[in-house]
Design a protein around this ligand. Structure first.
Ligand code: GSH
Length: 256
């Protein structure tokens, strides 16, 4: 039996839900409320010592790291394969996956926090922010140290992240122009799955201008993506931050 511990709006959880739905695999779910810090409770930390979602528990065995879970599911359920059969194409897909994790997935956290998640720190002074939010996080300390204050990321950090997201879109546009309709050509792969939540989150946060005029193939790819039945199942109501939060300005502080 598969049990997915996840949060509806978590971009990392969305990747795993997409794979499960692409493969039409049934699973049970446990929703973790990140706002209430359920991901840091001792029982959850036993499953995922990093204190983040998602975690997949397969017959009692926890598997962590969203991209690892996606590959695990692709190996375990060979129907609708999400990695190419050809070894070179598979290596190229994995190179995309690494790039997406290192660049886009890291970058999207910055505008996500400034526009949607700063409410989690409201009322905290600097000392409380460091004691309650930065230090207790097993894998988030560095990100929150970069944030530096409960008021959010500086303009410099936001602009740097938008630049990285723009470069991701440029590479996507170029790849779709050369191969298309998906990043690796005819086959919808884990490269598409892994970048999907960053693109969807950009739309959710009102950042489509990053690709709209310069990289139109990204917009066309996103339209194709939304037509997939698995996408509709993945993004149920309540799985976008604008469904339940009032978005704040992108440039939250005047710290520069
Ligand atoms: N590398 C991890 C990152 C997971 C991650 O950062 N999850 C976020 C939600 S997308 C989370 O649980 N955040 C909780 C927190 O910030 O405390 C993965 O891909 O599974």
């Amino acid at each position: 039996m598969l049990v997915l511990y996840h949060a509806p709006h978590s971009t990392c959880s969305q990747k795993v839900r997409m794979v499960l739905h692409e493969k039409r695999v049934k699973f049970d779910e446990v929703r973790i409320d990140l706002g209430k810090k359920e991901q840091l409770k001792p029982d959850y930390l036993k499953l995922n010592p990093n204190g983040v979602v998602p975690t997949l528990v397969d017959d009692g065995v926890p598997i962590v790291e969203s991209s690892v879970i996606c590959e695990y599911l692709d190996e375990k359920y060979p129907q609708s394969p999400l990695l190419p059969a050809n070894i070179v194409e598979r290596a190229h897909t994995r190179a995309w996956m690494h790039y997406i994790e290192e660049v886009a997935v890291a970058a999207i956290r910055v505008p996500s926090f400034n526009r949607a998640f700063l409410y989690r720190f409201s009322g905290l002074d600097q000392k409380q922010f460091e004691a309650q939010e930065v230090n207790p996080r097993p894998v988030r300390r560095e990100l929150f140290q970069r944030m530096g204050s409960p008021k959010g990321f500086s303009k410099t950090e936001v602009d740097k992240s938008l630049g990285e997201l723009s470069e991701t879109c440029r590479r996507m546009d170029e790849s779709i122009a050369r191969k298309g309709p998906w990043l690796m050509g005819e086959q919808f792969t884990l490269a598409d799955v892994l970048v999907m939540p960053s693109i969807d989150r950009m739309a959710d946060l009102g950042l489509v201008h990053v690709w709209q005029d310069k990289y139109p193939r990204v917009g066309e790819w996103y339209v194709r993506l939304q037509a997939r039945p698995a996408f509709k199942a993945t993004y149920f109501p309540g799985s976008r931050v604008s469904d339940f939060l009032n978005l704040e300005p992108l440039y939250a502080t005047e710290r520069d």
